[in-house]
Design a protein around this ligand. Structure first.
Ligand SMILES: Cc1ncc(COP(=O)(O)O)c(C=O)c1O
Length: 351
């Protein structure tokens, strides 16, 4: 049987041959002593590429966000984020657990948090409420179908926030996808935020790792928080070696994933029982509604799996397909065929 076509997430990619070779050959040292040359190179390159003073390697995006929120807040403050943000829904209430902060979620139907919505959610310090400390932006927005925040929207938020003494963190797990969709350098996308976390292990294809970038002072402090979280790694250059390849070579190919996602979305528009507006698909995430098929996401997933395609449900009626470097255009065409079969099978069984 052919290998499964895995559209569950862009986290499922396997390290390339070049990454495996680089990992094997990596020059390493004890990174807690700052002596791992490959790790030092990765952190310097990451900082340069995103245009910040310094960067820190963290094992996961969740740890990067956890440290980012902590750096930008004081215990007892609020953090404004979009209602479906990863930091709010999927990180085990890390804001409360590590930073001692409360999330103040704000709904943005298209996943793009705008200043007008944020302004109303800001709470002043005082005897009646906990003041806002920081705004966390997710770009691209995972659960909003990979939505990209326009540059001027981020710029306005940062400008207004900074004027009020508020900080801005960007959960940029897929910020290279955002840069690709906007047709700009990633440094342009993150230029005004105080800290940015981005994942090497998603669209960029590394096996493990994320980066947190910001000022030298913030990253110095962040390194101490990472140690406290148990993230002081030793000969981590083996991971950094793959991370360097992810950083240098992979952003240039993200457009292919976006084109594949659009192909999927356009084909889905024509399948009875499936609802999607393909024009909203900007990057590598395609979320579509299957209420019209009468199937639950679990049933839909199971039937797709029988046909060699893996895909997860999100919520009660929707599926999410994520394109990445291990799915080709041909794989996407096969996935479309499988979805057509699954939908046709149910339509005829229920006729
Ligand atoms: C938007 C976003 N932020 C953060 C993360 C967390 O990354 P990790 O799984 O490496 O902790 C994810 C993971 O899916 C994500 O989609």
């Amino acid at each position: 049987m052919n290998a499964m076509i895995d559209l569950r997430s862009d986290t499922v990619t396997m390290p390339s041959e070049a990454m495996r070779n680089a990992m094997r050959d990596a020059e390493v040292g004890d990174d807690v002593y700052g002596e791992d040359p490959t790790m030092n190179r990765l952190e310097q390159r990451a900082a340069a590429i995103v245009g910040k003073e310094a960067a820190l390697f963290v094992p996961t995006g969740t740890m990067g966000n956890t440290i980012g929120i902590k750096l930008n807040t004081r215990h007892g403050q609020e953090v404004i984020c979009e209602e479906r943000a990863h930091v709010f829904d999927w990180e085990l209430s890390m804001m409360a657990w590590f930073a001692g902060c409360l999330a103040r979620p704000v709904r943005a139907a298209d996943g793009v948090l705008r200043w007008s919505a944020i302004r109303d959610a800001i709470r002043p310090d005082g005897p009646h409420c906990a003041g806002t400390g920081c705004i966390s932006l997710e770009n691209t927005h995972n659960m909003a179908g990979g939505a990209v925040s326009p540059l001027d929207v981020v710029e306005e938020i940062c400008h207004e926030a900074h004027q009020r003494g508020l900080r801005v963190h960007m959960d940029g797990a897929r910020v290279f996808n955002a840069a690709c969709a906007l047709g700009v350098e990633v440094s342009e996308v993150v230029k005004d935020v105080d800290t940015v976390m981005f994942c090497l292990s998603k669209g960029l294809g590394a096996p493990v790792g994320s980066m947190l970038a910001g000022t030298a002072d913030a990253i110095h402090q962040g390194r101490l928080y990472r140690k406290r979280l148990g993230g002081g790694m030793r000969q981590a250059g083996v991971l950094a070696a793959a991370g360097l390849i992810a950083l240098e070579q992979m952003p240039a190919r993200l457009g292919q994933d976006h084109a594949n996602a659009r192909v999927l979305a356009h084909a889905l528009e024509a399948i009875p029982g499936v609802a999607i507006d393909a024009s909203t698909v900007q990057t590598n995430i395609v979320i579509f509604d299957i209420s019209g098929t009468g199937m639950t996401p679990a049933e839909f997933s199971r039937r797709l799996k029988e046909r060699g395609v893996r895909m997860n449900g999100v919520g009660a009626t929707r599926m999410r397909a994520v394109t990445h470097c291990d799915v080709s255009r041909r794989d996407c065409e096969q996935a479309i065929e499988a979805i057509r079969e699954v939908c046709a099978g149910v339509a005829s069984a229920r006729a």
